[in-house]
Write a protein that binds this ligand. Structure first.
Ligand code: ADP
Length: 565
């Protein structure tokens, strides 16, 4: 290479060109006066969304909870009180504050107040048992617990096991349960000064939240989110889901699940209205949509299915289109189809706790609108393309790190990369290193890449069924089962088999009004619609065990399938 040119690539050097002294790139674009300074660079954080909404739209309705209403001015003031009250109770930057609550205003407020105090929010899954909660409190080192009285017994038992004396703040909300001996949440807010100063984090890499995976993959791991990722994913949601200042967002998705997929911050970013909901009950959901003219809601496919199969007496038709984002598990196309027939518009998202919730979206293509509903729903059941705020996704062989061909058939592992991937697992360097091997986040999900660059998840690596050396995607078999006219829900897991190693075992819940269906009928239906080696050998009827985030507990079903009948 020309030595003058090479020299110009070194910082601080100049080169001579046509008799002039030309500064190097570093001297031009990276000159000292072009460095970052407080005027042109601030840490990205979702905390500013609230202050901004309150300053611009102080009287706009921010939060609805039963008969209670808070404007953005009030919402902001409550969060500021809350942050100051935390500080007065000795919460320091970097401390963990745990909250055990359903979707009530206190948990939403904690999403602002806890990080405003510099602390880290650990929203707990209230369907866990006391031992698991105590494990999480201990692992996360919680310094204060805020618990809803509805989960009073769980909180008390967990605190006893935690064996560390921490303050308890309890949320009273109508008749949600007896007092627990702590300070009531509204009294606690009263301890704080709404005018007390707070400052955003100096570094956007600071932790904002700690979320434990639901443990369907083994021991729960503490996923650490930073302010930067929370900010970006919240905006990614707003853009992807079309949120704006007219949006009315119904909290059908647990806020403890990846901070409500970051909608806790995203809805505030656009100064929309949060409608809280203590319980996921179809009657309450249909009523809330009608009463508050809800425009957006999210939920796992089982939640959508709950709406689809709600009794006719609670179902309602709306004059407006309700946007429903679903994810957390593969939505059968039959569920997407049924939701559309009820007047909802479905957006399919995919993600994990490690990716702040949604990281891919099945982006809509105009020409799909021309297709028959069934075909359209199949395209929409794919997990899709990266979020605007993710950097990249790929499907690759995890050993060679080579991409699979884009043929919609070859299975590889879905890997993600970008600014909305977690910091890592709390106090678990080994699992963090494994998860980031090769500079990509390994999702543990097996997928194919279609020629149109849409990914489709075939299974979780541990859920795939290997029968006689052939891979069987449980999702593919479930998809066929969901299309059976009498089936409401289905899950397929591996069952040990002497000859084939594993064979599919189907667990099926029939529709409430279903006629009598025999296992042989289900098997015949599958034979008519699937390659024969994919057909379940055994069909078990009954309700399906679910996690609090609405996922079917396949590990429980696998255990059941392992038992000889
Ligand atoms: P856990 O891993 O403990 O269940 P997560 O909530 O982080 O907790 O679950 C993420 C997993 O959920 C993904 O790895 C994937 O297997 C599954 N998942 C999420 N969204 C989808 C989707 N749209 N389609 C299929 N599977 C999904």
């Amino acid at each position: 290479m020309d030595s003058g040119f090479a020299a110009a690539l070194r910082p601080g050097m100049t080169i001579e060109w046509k008799g002039m002294q030309v500064p190097s790139v570093e001297q031009v674009y990276d000159a000292p006066h072009l460095a970052r300074n407080p005027a042109n660079c601030a840490a990205l954080t979702p905390l500013g969304f609230l202050a901004r909404a309150a300053a611009i739209y102080p009287d706009r309705l921010a939060v609805i909870h039963g008969a209670r209403r808070f404007t953005y001015r009030e919402f902001n003031e409550r969060c500021r009180r809350f942050a100051d009250a935390l500080r007065r109770r000795g919460i320091m930057p970097g401390d963990t504050v745990a909250v055990l609550a359903p979707n009530v205003p206190a948990l939403l407020e904690a999403h602002y107040a806890v990080p405003m105090a510099g602390a880290v929010l650990n929203a707990l899954n209230y369907r866990l048992d006391a031992r698991s909660i105590a494990f999480i409190l201990g692992h996360g080192g919680a310094k204060l617990l805020i618990a809803d009285r509805e989960f009073g017994a769980l909180a008390t038992d967990a605190l006893r096991e935690y064996d560390r004396d921490i303050p308890l703040v309890e949320i009273a909300d109508g008749d949600n349960g007896p007092p627990l001996g702590g300070i009531e949440y509204e009294d606690f807010l009263g301890e704080g000064d709404p005018a007390a100063a707070w400052s955003p984090p100096a570094d956007e890499w600071s932790a904002i939240a700690l979320n434990y995976t639901s443990g369907t993959t083994g021991n729960p791991k503490g996923v650490v989110f930073h302010h930067r990722g929370a900010y970006l994913n919240a905006l990614g949601n707003a853009i992807t889901f079309g949120l704006d200042r007219h949006s009315v967002y119904l909290w059908t998705l647990p806020m403890f699940h990846c901070n409500g997929w970051t909608h806790t911050w995203g809805v505030t970013a656009v100064a929309g209205t949060h409608v809280c909901l203590r319980r996921v009950d179809p009657a309450l959901i249909f009523d809330a949509i009608a009463e508050h003219r809800v425009t957006h809601l999210c939920g796992a496919p089982v939640v959508l299915n709950l709406l689809v199969h709600a009794p006719a007496s609670v179902k309602r038709r709306f004059e407006h289109v309700v946007e429903a984002a679903t994810g957390g598990a593969a939505p059968p196309s039959a569920v997407i189809e049924a939701m559309e027939l009820m007047g909802f518009r479905v957006t399919h998202l995919y993600g994990l706790t490690e990716s702040y919730g949604p990281s891919t979206v099945c982006a809509w293509q105009e020409e799909w609108g021309e297709l028959p509903l069934g075909e359209r729903a199949s395209l929409m059941a794919r997990q899709g393309v990266p979020y605007l705020t993710l950097d990249r996704q790929r499907v690759a062989d995890p050993t060679t790190m080579r991409d699979v061909p884009t043929d919609g058939e070859t299975i590889g592992e879905l890997m993600l990369r970008g600014n909305t991937v977690m910091k890592g697992y709390l106090m678990n360097p080994a699992a963090t290193v494994d998860a980031f091997a090769g500079g990509w986040f390994h999702t543990g999900d097996l997928a194919v890449m279609h020629p149109d660059a849409y990914v489709e998840i075939k299974d979780r690596s541990k859920d795939i069924i290997i029968s006689g050396g052939e891979n069987i995607s449980s999702i593919e078999v479930e998809e066929v089962l969901y299309r059976h006219p009498q089936v409401m829900e289905a899950a397929v897991v591996a069952q040990p088999d002497e000859r084939w190693g594993e064979t599919p075992c189907a667990f099926v819940t029939l529709k409430p009004e279903a006629e009598e269906v025999a296992a042989a009928d289900i098997i015949a239906w599958c034979r008519a619609n699937l390659a024969h080696y994919k057909v379940p050998r055994r069909v078990v009827f009954g309700p399906l065990p679910k996690t609090s985030t609405g996922k079917i507990q396949k590990y429980a079903l696998r255990e059941q399938a392992r038992d000889p009948r």
